[in-house]
Design a protein. Structure first.
Length: 318
């Protein structure tokens, strides 16, 4: 049903009035739930070479709308439309190849078909294609190829794609050079659109000056926003940031609070940090708020940096 709705949105105006009349009869029958009559009206148009209608009939066979579901028949009609460079048909065949419906699953062929579909491919499919190369799922792991797919979606203003692209540049390797400036640019764009993972990444980069000028106050703002969105790692990282006094005065009370919140929400390590702080307080090693503390040592900063980046790597939401 979803596919047919997409197909109707792509229909062009028929040049021959009789064809338009036959098509309209099919639409009326379809809307009345008379799918057999709709198919009877549309099939002569498809057999006459109308790619739009060929695609629609393909969706009916793929989804089993008024007829038995038949993936092979659906592919036949999609291919007829694709042979006329009907780009949405390339996309639909690509999905079937990707999922192994009606033919052998083939990731590389699916990617090739998506490339032919061009702008007809939706953002989620572009991201899924990028993930295939990023994770090496069915293809050789290749960050450069993953970046191409993410970039297509990122330039369509997808915050998820912008985050994934930023992460690739942040990590580097597998065919792509590490570039913190590009990483920060993409993470910031995604964060401004509400991507919680990107908020945590740009916060880390602002804390340590990776690709951007250090700005602890701005980093804290991003972490607070992500934490309010119930991002567990943001909550746990706030515990570390308040403990070390980065962008704010050191506060073991605030550190204990954020670790407690993260632990209550299911963070696996925040509870340990909370209990450590409680034990230090019990043993009178707990530094009271308001007492000036020395800044973190380089070793402590590196440990904190690794913790922050490691945290978000292990609880990404896609």
């Amino acid at each position: 049903m979803k596919n047919l709705a997409i197909a109707l949105a792509f229909l062009m105006t028929f040049s021959l009035p009789v064809m338009a009349q036959d098509f309209d009869k099919g639409v009326d029958a379809y809307n009345d739930g008379d799918y057999g009559t709709a198919l009877e009206e549309w099939k002569p148009l498809a057999e006459a070479g109308n790619a739009n209608v060929q695609y629609i009939i393909g969706t009916m066979y793929e989804d089993g709308i008024g007829i038995p579901q038949d993936f092979l028949e659906a592919l036949e009609w999609y291919r007829k439309a694709a042979h006329q460079n009907y780009k949405v048909a390339y996309y639909q065949i690509g999905l079937m190849v990707l999922e192994g419906r009606g033919l052998t699953q083939d990731y590389e062929q699916a990617l090739s078909l998506f490339a032919k579909a061009g702008s007809s491919v939706d953002v989620d499919t572009l991201i899924a294609s990028g993930k295939m190369f990023e994770d090496g799922n069915g293809v050789t792991k290749n960050y450069a190829e993953a970046a191409k797919w993410y970039h297509l979606a990122a330039t369509s203003n997808s915050p998820s794609a912008q985050f994934h692209l930023g992460r690739l540049y942040q990590q580097g390797g597998h065919g792509i050079d590490q570039d913190f400036v590009k990483a920060a640019t993409w993470h910031e764009q995604a964060a401004k659109q509400g991507d919680l993972n990107a908020m945590v990444e740009i916060a880390g980069m602002l804390l340590f000056g990776d690709g951007v000028a250090k700005n602890h106050g701005e980093a804290l703002n991003w972490l607070n926003t992500a934490a309010e969105g119930v991002h567990l790692e943001a909550q746990a990282i706030l515990g570390l940031v308040h403990e070390k006094g980065m962008g704010t005065a050191p506060s073991n009370v605030m550190a204990h609070m954020w670790n407690n919140i993260a632990s209550a929400n299911g963070h696996p390590r925040a509870g340990e940090n909370r209990d450590k702080l409680a034990e230090e307080k019990k043993n009178k090693k707990f530094v009271d708020d308001g007492i000036k503390q020395p800044p973190p040592t380089p070793q402590e900063l590196m440990k904190l940096k690794n913790t922050i980046y490691y945290c978000n790597r292990n609880t990404l939401n896609g």
